[in-house]
Design a protein around this ligand. Structure first.
Ligand SMILES: Cc1cc2nc3c(=O)[nH]c(=O)nc-3n(C[C@H](O)[C@H](O)[C@H](O)COP(=O)(O)OP(=O)(O)OC[C@H]3O[C@@H](n4cnc5c(N)ncnc54)[C@H](O)[C@@H]3O)c2cc1C
Length: 472
């Protein structure tokens, strides 16, 4: 019969899709998504919910082009092999996946498929540049963002415009509707439906991502001054769309370059550069999701206090900006970048909890949970990674709140029990006079916790812990 099996992974879109274009050149296309239990076991709960909706959106887009998504469950190699043989296809096309687990898996997959005489071709879809393309003068990897990005931008002079969405995507003649698992059998949604509130904050899929990018362009010129204010819609919120490949960084790059030049645009594209850097670091240092890049931190004296981790997870630390962030995360599956930095610093430095515990919690609760960016972010905050914030720079959650949420709108939204407090006390309610607390209906240790730890004490303790590993 002939044709290609298009194996979708983190590329749930039809535009700027080199594997799809390559498949169409060979005839009919069988679009497939495999729910492989081994791969799904590594996904967080919020991310699975997003995936469910994204697959539905992709199926609808394929149906509009005369095809449909075949969703099946099982071992990837087995499923691919069975489908290729059943539909008598010539090849499999897919996107590169740069995560360490996928790289290990891919080796076995290639062996199994080539043993069965099946060709598999993989394309670059999800980054502006391959992680190995950007090299230092000596040919090694970068550990600092600025020179990495400077070099990467010179390579981007060769930028190829994104590929158009094909108008029609003809499928194989053999019908496959009966073989596709219906959405209720995908097993991606939780049994107790905590996800509905979270998903009210999001529109999922390629069309929603494109709309979001256009909406962001209306405020992009102010990005550099607004992006640190968590109560403002000053950032793009494209992260889950980028993670699932509903939009490609090349589409973002091209569209942004067509907007008027501005400082906002420059800084926004830098952030896209941070995403590239995260993949560069993960590619060259595949142990970093568990091991600190700075080996000195292996001996760090983390505190064994699970109740502190729990209070942090629940947004009950007594520090309003930290609690607001953790509750935004729980309710929406997303947290503003400035607040991610504050809560991550608080967990690792104030509470001396291992950065891996924070990364695990983010992994389970973020809709944009992404191994490269999450690892980079946590190692940055913990002071032990590539281009990390120095460990001795300890974010003060009170002054951070006062600076970036000066009118307290963010805290009031996510920690409503503090809403009645005047701005002056909002970020340090324990300093408010009893009458002010009473008038605002705040009972510290009652309806809102007293601080879990004293800031000055925590700071000294963290610095002492750092001194200990410096000596060793
Ligand atoms: C502790 C910690 C954990 C993080 N975990 C993740 C994660 O799991 N997934 C994730 O996508 N981002 C993560 N980030 C990075 C960043 O917080 C988010 O990408 C950003 O908040 C997403 O919001 P946005 O789309 O509005 O970003 P914008 O400000 O609009 O930026 C545009 C895009 O650039 C990329 N980007 C921006 N900042 C960073 C960054 N610091 N590192 C890497 N890429 C970046 C994202 O893809 C983002 O969508 C983490 C940061 C920290 C400090």
């Amino acid at each position: 019969m002939g044709g290609s099996l298009l194996w979708f992974r983190q590329d749930l879109r039809l535009a700027d899709h080199p594997a799809l274009v390559a498949a169409l050149q060979q005839g009919p296309v069988l679009p497939v998504y495999i729910l492989d239990p081994a791969v799904l076991a590594e996904r967080g709960a919020a991310s699975k919910v997003w995936l469910h909706h994204s697959l539905q959106a992709l199926d609808a887009a394929l149906q509009a082009r005369g095809n449909r998504l075949l969703v099946c469950a099982g071992d990837t190699a087995q499923q691919l092999q069975t489908l290729v043989q059943h539909y008598q296809l010539d090849q499999i096309v897919c996107q590169h996946d740069y995560t360490p687990a996928a790289r290990r898996h891919e080796k076995q997959l290639h062996q199994a498929l080539s043993a069965a005489g099946i060709a598999i071709r993989s394309f670059q879809h999800s980054l502006l540049l391959e992680p190995w393309q950007v090299k230092t003068k000596t040919g090694g990897p970068y550990k600092v963002f600025t020179p990495f990005w400077r070099n990467a931008q010179t390579l981007l002079a060769d930028f190829q415009p994104p590929l158009a969405t094909p108008e029609q995507i003809p499928g194989p003649q053999i019908q496959h509707s009966s073989a596709s698992l219906p959405p209720e059998d995908w097993g991606l949604l939780p049994t107790i439906r905590w996800d509905t509130g979270m998903m009210n904050h999001w529109q999922v899929g390629e069309a929603a991502a494109a709309d979001k990018l256009q909406a962001f362009f209306k405020v992009m010129t102010h990005y550099h001054s607004q992006r640190d204010l968590p109560d403002q819609a000053g950032t793009s919120q494209l992260s889950p769309h980028l993670h699932f490949g509903e939009i490609s960084p090349r589409q973002i790059w091209q569209a942004a370059m067509q907007q008027p030049e501005s400082e906002g645009r420059r800084i926004f594209l830098n952030e896209i550069g941070w995403r590239e850097f995260a993949y560069h670091v993960l590619w060259h240092f595949p142990d970093t999701p568990r091991e600190p890049l700075n080996a000195q931190f292996k001996a760090f004296p983390w505190a064994d206090k699970p109740q502190d981790l729990k209070a942090w997870q629940q947004g009950l630390t007594g520090y309003p900006i930290v609690d607001a962030g953790m509750r935004q995360l729980w309710r929406t599956g997303w947290m503003h970048n400035r607040v991610r930095m504050i809560v991550a610093s608080f967990l690792t430095k104030h509470l001396l909890q291992p950065w891996q515990s924070g990364a695990d919690w983010f992994w389970d609760t973020l809709v944009d949970a992404d191994l490269a960016s999450n690892t980079l972010g946590w190692q940055w905050a913990g002071g032990c990674g590539a281009d990390a914030a120095p460990y001795f720079r300890i974010f003060n959650p009170i002054t951070q709140g006062q600076k970036f949420d000066a009118q307290g709108q963010y805290v009031r939204r996510w920690v409503p029990e503090l809403a009645g407090l005047p701005d002056k006390w909002l970020h340090e309610p324990w300093e408010a006079p009893p009458l002010v607390l009473q008038a605002a209906g705040v009972q510290l240790g009652g309806n809102y916790p007293a601080p879990i730890i004293d800031h000055s004490f925590a700071r000294q303790r963290a610095l002492a812990a750092l001194a200990q590993i410096k000596k060793s």
